[in-house]
Ligand binder design. Sequence first.
Ligand SMILES: NC(=O)c1ccc[n+]([C@@H]2O[C@H](COP(=O)([O-])OP(=O)(O)OC[C@H]3O[C@@H](n4cnc5c(N)ncnc54)[C@H](O)[C@@H]3O)[C@@H](O)[C@H]2O)c1
Ligand SMILES: O=C(O)C[C@H](O)C(=O)O
Length: 317
Amino acid sequence: MAKVTILGATGNVGVFAAHTVSEIPYVSDMLLVGRPGREDFLAGCCRDLSDSFAARGTDVRLSYSTSILDAKDSDVVICTTGMPRRPGQDRNDLAFENAKIIAETAETIGRSSPDAILFLVTNPVDVMTAVALKYSGLQPRQIFGLGTHLDSMRLKSLIAHYFRVHVSEVHTRIIGEHGDSMVPLWSATTIGGIRITNLPTFSGLPVQEMIETVKTSGETIIRDKGSTVHGPGEAIATLVKAILGDENRILTVSSYIKSEIHGIGDVCIGVPARINRDGVFPVPLSLEENEVAGFRESVRKIRKVTADVMERLEEAR
Ligand SMILES: NC(=O)c1ccc[n+]([C@@H]2O[C@H](COP(=O)([O-])OP(=O)(O)OC[C@H]3O[C@@H](n4cnc5c(N)ncnc54)[C@H](O)[C@@H]3O)[C@@H](O)[C@H]2O)c1
Ligand SMILES: O=C(O)C[C@H](O)C(=O)O
């Protein structure tokens, strides 16, 4: 059985993730961590969740704290701490402010929970994954970000709707940045096990429109309802379950790659990775030419934002 800690547990994503993660059968203990001054809110969350556990028949020991040190002995630490973007902002606009929070958080987790797997949700998530890797001192397999998993789910939903098939019949991936330079892998997209490009109806698929919808999904939801919650919350639970259940699922997350994709590496970015109890392991991959070009471009962009942030962090510390 496992202990899961949620950092940023008073936030929109943190609160909902507490609910989805508590449904995972391997979770025995859950710690909600918020900022000092938020004790009443955290206590209220615990009471409210406990009511839902009673209604659902869930047996998870819940506690809260305002100290990250209490994450000690966690199997998985989910980090949703930091600013969300406001309408009109790009995720990368949050990079430096959130990096300061993540660097400090990662240092503490690295020292207090050296065996934990640290899961970054905070945006811009690829950059935050790199910052956490550097400042935690944990192994690359122990650090990953939500990456393009949510984008892949968004594309999956659009494809299923277009072809009027159950979502479980669609497998697809988006790799690269969780942002504008993301790259859809049509070469790895299947419906009912059949490569989508082999379907006669593929030529009519509004590919560009679909990708634009995925790229602007977060922005549109934030404009309409303030924050994205249910998509990320469910995606977080899928990934935590893949770890705790030692599932060896291949999901597309932000992870440190050495050279797994066409020799491209030394960056944290969304790639297909095997996920199990030991952590996250990028899968070596061959792509089609246009996909490699798009991925290179995405890597170039993320490397630049990451390098700028690392430099500013060094100056500020
Ligand atoms: N990767 C993804 O797909 C994805 C999806 C959704 C949200 N996000 C990101 O997750 C983060 C949280 O989103 P949200 O909607 O829950 O935001 P929110 O404002 O509702 O919650 C943010 C949480 O971080 C805490 N926090 C903020 N600044 C802090 C600081 N300096 N020190 C300690 N704690 C601090 C707040 O107290 C709160 O608990 C954002 O960065 C958002 O962009 C990422
Ligand atoms: O779009 C955002 O800022 C939140 C998140 O990254 C999302 O894609 O839902």
